[in-house]
Design a protein around this ligand. Structure first.
Ligand code: NAD
Length: 480
């Protein structure tokens, strides 16, 4: 029997007002396994009213006490971390090792990291001859967070924790495609000690509950992570009420490999950057730019390394590559492989759905796929596929590599592999993206600013930036 997920409103698990639910699949089997509330504006009104009631007392609660509740929630998740990891893999299709070592590990770290933040450190003072001023950072009120399916609990907590630490009451909407771990978290909120109404979790589709959040007059800010078209719709909707928005959107990230790089480290880094989480990390690299003098040797080594990735049931230990998140997403990825062939690409590895025998025979598995001979300007090198795809592109020199790297509408992240420290610094400064890694990929320090340029987003997350987003700044001046 499928599990029935509930909303969490005013401190209680609650069925949707309409009584309507929809099914969600386990991507590794293609079978429905959970019923998700199809929430709408009526559920939102209840949640916002509860959040408004809770706000004055929550705002007045000392930050240290708010942080202690976040840390308590982290402890409760940690006690059940294996159940959370299993649920994340069932819901998303990702291998268990990733759910354990990345998703749930980071969710716990997010809660602890923001729970121990020093809010006073955000304030500034200004001393002049005749006046002295100081700034205060105060909570906004009722805010919303909207998160995607690729790193479900990780990104949900990445937004929830700073919003709460800053003293806001929250309407949280996880992706309807992966609702399970947010539901499990909501079951722990009372035990952690959060007063009713401080956190409200609403499940449902973007077109209904998502739009209702954007349009709601009493939600003062939205922190969103997801696709660029959705981000644009939220931005436009929020503008009508001058709502504050933070948008973390898609990417078409380049990895640049120079001939002087440590060859083996670069091959390992590039394979990880292209295929981790079935290529469904916003930071994954779909464009691999390789200096022409090592192109053939690098291509051979990369294809060989990617061929060794173990594809299989995400719940079986040792699986490195699980299922993509849904049938629709699998079909979208496969249609891009067809496009790459139409655009004249040469397939070097993969290129199709993989049937995994047994329990997973109807699962949404897509092989790690590598193409070459595709111009940097063709669609496959311009649009985000968000799957296990790498296109190899040779370059003649540093200037050409930078021009290709910057030649898309996106600007989220980039990696540079080089043996020259000067070149690494120079290229990092020249690339138009919010994040650049030198001789590594996806090394994350939670205190550093995180976010994208161009169509990859507006604003930055990370310790200080997220706390700034979720607060209003006030300047107080007095004469000396
Ligand atoms: P999506 O935009 O389809 O959905 C994200 C969330 O927005 C979901 O909760 C969805 O229900 C909600 N939503 C959809 N339509 C809405 C609307 N009209 N109003 C309000 N909410 C709405 O994205 P996805 O497919 O879940 O995630 C994949 C995308 O997310 C990729 O483009 C990926 O690059 C991006 N992403 C970016 C980052 C980052 O940090 N920049 C991180 C992870 C994922």
């Amino acid at each position: 029997m499928p599990v029935t997920i509930q909303n969490f409103i005013d401190g209680a698990l609650t069925a949707p007002q309409s009584g309507a639910y929809f099914d969600t699949d386990e991507p590794a089997t293609g079978k429905p396994y959970a019923r998700v509330p199809d929430s709408d504006a009526a559920d939102l009104d209840l949640a916002v009213a509860a959040a408004q009631r809770a706000f004055p007392a929550w705002k007045a609660t000392p930050a240290k006490e708010r942080g202690a509740l976040l840390i308590k929630l982290a402890e409760l998740i940690e006690q059940k971390k294996e159940a959370f990891a299993q649920a994340e893999s069932v819901d998303n299709g990702k291998p268990l090792y990733l759910s354990r070592d990345v998703d749930i590990f980071r969710a716990i770290a997010n809660l602890r990291n923001f729970g121990s933040a020093d809010l006073d450190a955000l304030n500034q003072t200004f001393e002049k001859d005749t006046s002295s001023s100081y700034t205060l950072r105060q909570p906004i009120g009722v805010v919303s967070i909207i998160s995607p399916w690729n790193l479900p609990l990780l990104l949900f907590t990445w937004k929830l924790a700073p919003a709460l630490m800053a003293g806001n009451c929250v309407i949280a909407k996880p992706s309807e495609i992966t609702p399970m771990t947010a539901y499990m978290l909501s079951e722990l909120l009372n035990e952690a000690g959060f007063p009713p109404g401080v956190v409200n979790v609403l499940h449902g589709k973007g077109a209904s509950i998502g739009n209702a959040i954007t349009a709601h007059p009493h939600i003062k800010a939205i922190s969103f992570t997801g696709g660029t078209p959705t981000g644009l719709a939220i931005y436009q909707g929020a503008a009508k009420q001058l709502k504050k928005v933070s948008l973390e959107l898609g990417g078409k990230n380049p990895t640049l490999v120079f001939a002087d790089a440590d060859f083996d480290k670069a091959v390992a880094g590039v394979v990880a950057s292209a295929f981790t989480n079935q290529g469904q990390v916003c930071l994954c690299s779909e464009r691999i730019l390789i200096e022409a003098s090592i192109y053939e040797k690098f291509k051979t080594a990369m294809v060989e390394k990617a061929r060794q990735i173990t594809i299989g049931d995400p719940l079986v230990e040792g699986t490195q590559h699980g299922a993509t998140v849904s049938k629709a997403h699998m079909e979208k990825i496969l249609s891009y492989f067809d496009l790459a062939v139409e655009e004249g690409g040469t397939l070097l590895l993969g290129g199709k759905r993989r049937i995994v025998e047994g329990r997973c025979k109807d699962g949404y598995f897509v092989e790690p796929t590598i193409f070459e001979n595709l111009a940097p300007t063709c669609r496959i090198n311009q649009e985000e596929v968000f799957g296990p795809l790498a296109v190899l592109i040779p370059f003649a020199d540093e200037a050409e590599a930078i021009a290709i790297a910057n030649g898309t509408p996106f600007g989220l992240s980039a990696s540079v592999f080089t043996g020259s420290a000067e070149r690494g610094t120079r290229v990092a400064a020249a690339i138009d993206s919010g994040i650049v890694w030198i001789n590594c990929w996806n090394v994350r320090d939670l205190d550093t600013p995180f976010g994208g340029m161009k169509h990859s987003g507006i604003g930055r997350e990370g310790k200080q930036r997220a706390l700034e987003f979720f607060t209003e700044e006030k300047t107080v001046t007095k004469l000396k």
